[in-house]
Design a protein around this ligand. Structure first.
Ligand code: CU
Length: 106
């Protein structure tokens, strides 16, 4: 956890003024017809992923590395704030053929 805190500070110091221009974004992913859309997204640390379930059954967004597990009921949304960089493959625990990828950069 310590490096997660230190790194943005060091980056901020080295980039100076430019860092202030970065704004966290919310990236929407739809769960529809037992599929994620889009299946692959790119994001930055600090961004929020928002899954919207348009199906009549519950879905999850569950990381293969177990770093997140978001349950989303029908017609509801589920959110995740991205805390670290990396490539995260995820799937739905109820429908394992539902898969997606989030690529997170600093
Ligand atoms: Cu599902």
């Amino acid at each position: 956890m310590r490096t997660d805190i230190v790194r943005p500070i060091v980056l901020g110091l080295s980039l100076g003024f430019a860092t202030a221009a970065f704004a966290a974004e919310t990236i929407a992913i739809t769960m529809d017809k037992v599929a994620f859309a889009p299946t692959a997204v790119s994001a930055r640390v600090g961004d929020t992923i928002e899954w919207r379930n348009a199906d009549i059954v519950a879905h999850t967004a569950t990381a293969r590395d177990k770093s997140f597990d978001v349950n989303v009921l029908p017609n509801k949304t589920g959110k995740l704030v991205l805390k670290k960089a990396g490539k995260f493959d995820y799937y739905c625990r109820y429908h394992p053929t539902m898969t997606g990828t989030i690529t997170v950069t600093e």
